[in-house]
Write a protein that binds this ligand. Structure first.
Ligand code: CA
Length: 404
């Protein structure tokens, strides 16, 4: 899911929107590209490659809007989890686990990462290869190299994209992805590709677009380089004692399990914490009144794939569920639980039946869906925030309009 990396990227740079940028002028683009050639060559892009691949580029100024986009709707973690770890994705992942069993076994042998986690990343990053993103990387990254707030960063990604094409690993036409340049089954950024992609199927090319084995191997290589420890848990749900000092919480405040045992933490079923040598931190993704977890080093490895704790929790939980693990025991601190993708489609269908034009139901709540949701919240006397949970879905199901 390229949007995730987009969010992480935005989170890393939301801070200063202070200086108003000068309006982007497409007429300056050719001169900008010409000015970048020497720097590209210094990074290993040949003059011929640069000339060939930039000759017909034109900027896509839409990506600048996406760079500066500030979401007015902040997704609660229970909505995020409900759509990323839903029954459809669990079943899908289990099917992939069986289909790619031999490759995943070989991947584990080489990189020491358990298959369920590799498949979970695949399922969240691209919905198992269904959503790669649509934007040509060279167009997006050259635009972001010449305009906007993060030109230095994107120039590096632009040059790395040129190098990927120059090497023959992935063809230019196949390099489409998110507005920020994440591409392929695993939604690697070009720089990540150059560092960590592997040719797992042995055809001589590292192809994260056309080769599932390359994508699975590269994901495992990423995780192992990020410090994955085979056989160690990512974490597990716990129960906090009454009066737990929440200042001890935090992924980075890792302590021996004896430390946590002494402070009254138990597994969520009430049993004692296991006897493990590894250290763990307390994760409270929705504060002290929601599900609580002890998380180990492997959680950090997932976190480094996409720097958001909610993302890491979704991957970890999906991996558990693929292997028959249970849903979280402690409910999220809300009286209006989130919707699965299937439920979001039903909601969209109900909104369309009420006359809203929101396109084809796809389970993705974009701007048009949010606007329709707000209008219905207004009508129903709900808080008008654009969020859709079980309450709104139930209300619309109960009040289906007469469409005969
Ligand atoms: Ca290959």
């Amino acid at each position: 899911m390229s949007a995730l990396r987009t969010l992480a990227l935005m989170a890393a740079c939301v801070a200063p929107l202070a200086q108003a940028a000068a309006p982007a002028d497409p007429a300056e683009f050719p001169a900008c590209l010409a000015g970048l050639k020497a720097a590209a060559q210094a990074k290993g892009v040949s003059s011929a490659t640069y000339e060939r691949l930039t000759a017909s580029l034109a900027p896509d100024l839409k990506v600048l809007e996406l760079l500066d986009f500030q979401p007015e709707f902040k997704t609660p973690i229970w909505d995020y989890m409900a759509s990323l770890v839903d029954e459809d994705r669990i079943a899908d992942a289990q099917a992939r686990l069986a289909q790619w069993q031999d490759v995943l076994q070989a991947v584990q042998t080489r990189f020491r990462v358990e298959p369920a986690f590799v498949v979970a990343v695949w399922g969240v990053e691209s919905n198992f290869g269904r959503n790669f993103g649509q934007r040509p990387l060279l167009t997006s990254l050259s635009t972001l190299s010449c305009y906007g707030r993060r030109q230095a960063y994107f120039r590096g990604e632009f040059f790395d994209t040129l190098k990927i094409i120059q090497s023959g690993d992935v063809a230019e036409a196949q390099l489409v992805g998110s507005w920020a340049g994440a591409f392929g089954h695993t939604q690697f950024m070009p720089s990540t590709f150059l560092r960590l992609a592997v040719d797992f199927d042995g055809d001589g090319r590292r192809d994260l677009v056309g080769s599932v084995p390359d994508a699975l191997g590269s994901t495992a290589n990423f995780l192992t380089k990020a410090g994955w420890r085979e056989g160690e848990p990512w974490g597990f749900e716990i129960r906090l004692p009454a009066g737990f000092d929440a200042s001890l919480a935090g992924r980075r405040n890792k302590q021996a399990l004896a430390f946590w045992r002494a402070r009254g933490l138990v597994k969520v079923d009430g049993s004692p914490l296991p006897a493990l040598e590894a250290q763990a931190g307390v994760l409270l993704p929705a504060g002290p009144n929601g599900p609580a977890f002890l998380v180990f080093r492997n959680f950090d490895a997932i976190f480094s794939y996409n720097a958001a704790e909610s993302y890491a929790l979704a991957i970890a939980h999906l991996a558990d569920r693929i292997q028959g693990g249970a849903a979280f025991v402690t409910p999220w601190p809300t009286d209006d639980a989130g919707l699965s993708r299937a439920e979001r489609k039903v909601l969209q269908t109900l909104l369309i039946a009420r006359g809203y034009e929101i396109g084809t139901p796809d389970g993705i709540l974009g701007d048009a869906s949010r606007a329709a949701i707000k209008a219905e919240q207004q009508r129903l006397g709900y808080p008008v925030d654009g969020r859709a949970g079980q309450k709104l879905l139930s209300a619309l199901r109960a009040a289906q309009p007469n469409t005969q």
